[in-house]
Design a protein around this ligand. Structure first.
Ligand code: HEM
Length: 400
């Protein structure tokens, strides 16, 4: 078996699950090259869960080349202030300072506006033949996150364009000069944009998350202005790509498994479970990296201090030892322990928000349509497996 992992391989992107299955059965833990790094690939559910929850793993490795490439640049500033790139004690302090703002209680005031946004997007569909990605999946999370952060409608396009350029910072390889330039110009734009947004919100307080973060942790001094800029950038980027990917996947899932759609239509109370199943089945973030800060053991496999572990969450979420018939969605199974939101100290900060959005979409789907039919043979996806998402999804909707 070819054990080189190439996240740009079109066949792997189209369907990574047979390959993951081989890994889990033949080589569940092994060393290989990944971009310019040497990594240990981990593919079984219990092993991925163990590393995600292990306090002796970090997201940064000393001497890693990314901060070198970006040291004193705008990208370096955003990298250092990205909560997802922080380790304790900095991560613990920042997470503690902002987590109150992300509890279900704090976010539930958003439920009516999320439902309204979702209903409007469905009301605006002018045909029963639609491209799910353009007409539904990208719109809802973008409208919700902008509403949440107080970002005016006219600014979205530029922010979205900068997001695509900025995300190159997370590629595993050293970047080319052109890519470094792209990441830096996008970062400069983000820094200026979010500095202005903070100043504007300070002068014009509103009932949104930016105002809450300014009046809470920023005023209390538990978050610095650089950290707040980094956090707003992170929320904007993390807030729509992954949620959009899951919304597209829900249309795909119910067009393929019509019996499951029937069940959800029949019983509204299955919606929260269906959300978890779709997240597990699609896993928009298919892989994450951690570094061992101590010697560790995965069964008999010894991991040395400083080694990188590539956690294949797309694989762990399809491990039949944990989920029977994993390649099918089953809206009645309990899959709340899935790894689509990661695990341990970096567990997704926005998971309540994401679930509120996906639930609102499933509710509209079930209330409005009796069938979702796929209108294409091949599914078009973004060219990198790490952030798995569909780029266009033509479907025909049958109204109730
Ligand atoms: C279906 C939608 C989403 C998925 C699948 C998802 C997935 C993830 C995953 C896998 C991580 C952990 C990354 C790691 O450990 O390296 C994460 C972290 C994070 N997510 Fe999400 N996410 C979603 C939606 C959101 C939303 C809506 C927000 C906020 C508006 C958000 C904000 C964050 C933040 C700030 C972190 C970093 C937390 C930390 O490092 O402590 N996410 N997300």
């Amino acid at each position: 078996m070819n054990l080189t992992l190439d996240f740009n391989d079109p066949d792997l992107i189209a369907d990574p699950y047979p390959f993951y299955e081989k890994l889990r059965t033949e080589k569940p833990v092994f060393r290989t090259n990944f971009g310019t790094q040497k990594v240990i690939v981990v593919s079984r559910f219990p092993d991925v869960a163990k590393i995600l929850n292990d306090k002796d793993t970090l997201v940064n490795k000393l001497g890693t080349n990314k901060p070198d490439q970006f040291r004193n640049s705008p990208a370096g500033m955003l990298w250092r202030n990205a909560i997802s790139r922080m380790d304790p004690p900095e991560h613990t302090d920042l997470r503690r300072a902002v987590s109150k703002q992300f509890t279900l209680k704090n976010l539930s005031f958003l439920k009516p506006s999320i439902e309204k946004i979702t209903q409007n997007v469905f009301n605006d569909l002018d045909s029963t033949r639609i491209d799910v990605v353009d007409e539904v999946a990208t719109k809802i999370p973008l409208l919700v996150i902008c509403n949440l952060l107080g970002i005016p409608k006219d600014d979205w396009q530029k922010l979205q364009k900068s997001t695509d350029l900025f995300l190159k910072i997370f590629l595993p390889d050293r970047l080319s000069w052109e890519e470094v330039e792209d990441v830096n110009s996008a970062s400069q734009y983000f820094i200026e944009y979010f500095s202005d947004l903070i100043k504007h919100t300070q002068k014009n307080p509103d009932s949104n998350l930016t105002s809450d973060l300014i009046n809470g942790p920023l005023r209390a001094g538990s978050v610095s202005i650089e950290q707040l800029i980094g956090l707003l950038r992170g929320l904007f980027t993390a807030g729509f790509e992954t949620t959009a990917a899951t919304i597209s996947a829900s249309f795909l899932a119910f067009s393929k498994q019509k019996d499951q759609f029937e069940q959800m239509r029949f019983k509204e109370s299955t919606i929260p479970n269906a959300v978890n199943e779709i997240l597990r089945w699609e896993t928009p973030v298919q892989a994450m990296i951690r570094y061992a800060s101590k010697d560790l053991k995965l069964g008999n496999f010894a991991v040395g201090t400083g080694e990188a572990l590539l956690l294949l969450t797309g694989s762990s979420n399809h491990d039949p030892m944990r989920y029977q018939t994993p390649n099918k969605i089953n809206i009645f199974r309990d899959s709340t322990d899935h790894h689509a939101f990661g695990g341990g100290r970096h567990y997704c900060l926005g998971f309540h928000l994401a679930k509120l959005e996906i639930e609102a979409v499933l509710r509209e789907m079930r209330n409005r349509f009796s069938e979702i039919n796929l209108e294409c043979v091949e599914i078009q996806r973004k060219p990198n497996l790490q952030f798995r998402s569909i780029t266009t999804l033509p479907v025909r909707l049958v109204a109730k």
